[in-house]
Design a protein. Structure first.
Lengths: 236, 93
C-alpha cells in the first residue's frame, strides 16, 4: 500500500497510480460484528477496525475515528447512540438560551483528557505502528467549526447569523479553537500522517458566510497541522 | 473550499469530479472523491464497476486525484458491493 503516494497526491502532485482513501464512517463496526455504539467507545475495537478496513479494502490511508459528533459530546452535548451509524446530538447546553447569553455559557475548551479523547488516543497508539508496518497512512478526522457550532447551538445558529451576527461570530471562533485542539491531538499526540477537518454543515452556508465564518476559523487548525509536518484535508 | 488553506479537499457524491479537478488543479491541491455511496452501496441501484469507472475517468486527468467515497458509510452495506468497487479500482488505477 502507498502512504507516500497518498500524501503526494493530497498535496496536489501527479502520482504514478491513483491512491485510495475511504470516508469509512462506522463500517468497521459491521466488519467487526459489533454495534457502532460499542465500536466508537472502545479503543481496542477502533484500532482493530482501522487495521481490518485497511487490510480488507487495500487502502492507502484509513481514518482512526470517523464520528463528527465526538467533539460536541466532549463539550457537554447529549448523544443518542445508534446500532449502525454515528450518534446524533439530541440536546446541548446552548440550545435554548438567548443569543446574548451564548458567549457567557460556552463550555470550557477540551484537551486530551476530555470526553472520548483518552479512548481515541489509546486507539491511535495501538493502530499507528501496525498501519506504519503496512505502509498505510493514519488519518485523523476532526469536526470543523460549522459542525461544532451547529451541534452546540442547533438550528438557532442560522437565525443568529441574521439577527445576532456578533454572537454567531463568537461561537464560530470558539468552535474553530475546538477544531484546532482536535487537529493538535491528531497531529502531535497521536502522530496521524493526515488530518482532515470534516465540516459538512458548512455546505449549508451561502458563500459569503462560508468566507466570513468558516475559512478564518479553519486557519488555526491548518497552522497546527502544517507546522507538525502533516498533510491537511477539508471534507465537506 | 479550495482556497480555505487546506492541502486537499474531499467532496460529496453530488459534485462533478472533473469540475472539482479543474478547480483543484488551479489551486495546486489534491482532491478526493466521489463514489456514489447512496446509489451504489445503500440503495444498490447503480453498478459499482460503472461508477468506479466514472470516478477514474473524471478524476485521473488531474494531478492530485485520490479515489474515495462520496460520503461516509453510516449504515450496514452489502460488503461484496464495496469489495467489487475496490477490485474495479485496483484493476484501473
Amino acid at each position: 500500500m502507498g502512504k507516500e503516494l497518498l500524501i503526494h497526491a493530497l498535496r496536489g502532485e501527479r502520482v504514478e497510480q491513483t491512491p485510495w482513501l475511504p470516508h469509512i464512517g462506522t463500517h468497521a463496526a459491521q466488519l467487526l460484528g459489533v454495534s457502532a455504539e460499542r465500536y466508537l467507545q472502545d479503543d481496542e475495537l477502533l484500532a482493530r477496525g482501522a487495521i481490518l478496513c485497511a487490510d480488507h479494502y487495500h487502502c492507502d490511508g484509513i481514518p482512526l475515528l470517523d464520528d463528527p459528533q465526538m467533539e460536541a459530546i466532549s463539550l457537554g452535548c447529549v448523544a443518542h447512540w445508534s446500532e449502525q451509524g454515528p450518534p446524533s446530538i439530541v440536546s446541548s447546553p446552548l440550545y435554548a438560551i438567548p443569543p446574548e447569553q451564548v458567549v457567557a455559557q460556552l463550555p470550557p475548551l477540551p484537551d486530551e483528557t476530555t470526553g472520548r479523547w483518552p479512548t481515541v488516543i489509546a486507539a491511535g497508539t495501538r493502530a499507528k505502528p501496525e498501519l506504519m508496518r503496512r505502509d498505510v497512512a493514519l488519518v485523523g478526522v476532526a469536526a470543523g467549526p460549522c459542525t461544532i457550532a451547529y451541534q452546540l447551538r442547533g438550528l438557532a445558529l442560522f437565525t443568529d447569523l441574521f439577527r445576532h451576527p456578533e454572537s454567531a461570530a463568537a461561537l464560530f471562533a470558539y468552535a474553530g479553537q475546538v477544531s484546532a485542539i482536535s487537529a493538535r491531538i491528531y497531529a502531535e499526540v497521536i502522530g496521524c500522517d493526515i488530518v482532515a477537518i470534516n465540516d459538512t454543515p458548512a455546505t449549508m452556508l451561502k458563500p459569503d458566510y462560508f468566507r466570513q465564518y468558516v475559512i478564518p476559523n479553519l486557519w488555526p487548525a491548518w497552522e497546527i497541522i502544517h507546522s507538525a509536518g502533516k498533510t491537511s484535508s477539508l471534507w465537506a | 473550499m479550495a482556497s480555505s488553506g487546506a492541502q486537499s479537499i474531499a467532496i460529496d457524491e453530488c459534485m462533478a469530479l472533473d469540475f472539482v479537478g479543474e478547480i483543484a488543479q488551479t489551486h495546486h491541491i489534491g482532491f478526493i472523491g466521489n463514489l456514489h455511496v447512496t446509489t451504489v452501496l445503500f440503495e444498490e441501484s447503480e453498478e459499482a464497476t460503472a461508477d468506479v469507472q466514472r470516478c477514474l475517468d473524471e478524476g485521473q486527468h488531474f494531478p492530485g486525484y485520490v479515489f474515495g467515497l462520496g460520503g461516509p458509510l453510516t449504515q450496514h452495506i452489502t460488503r461484496s458491493r464495496l469489495e467489487e468497487a475496490v477490485a474495479a479500482y485496483r484493476a484501473r488505477r
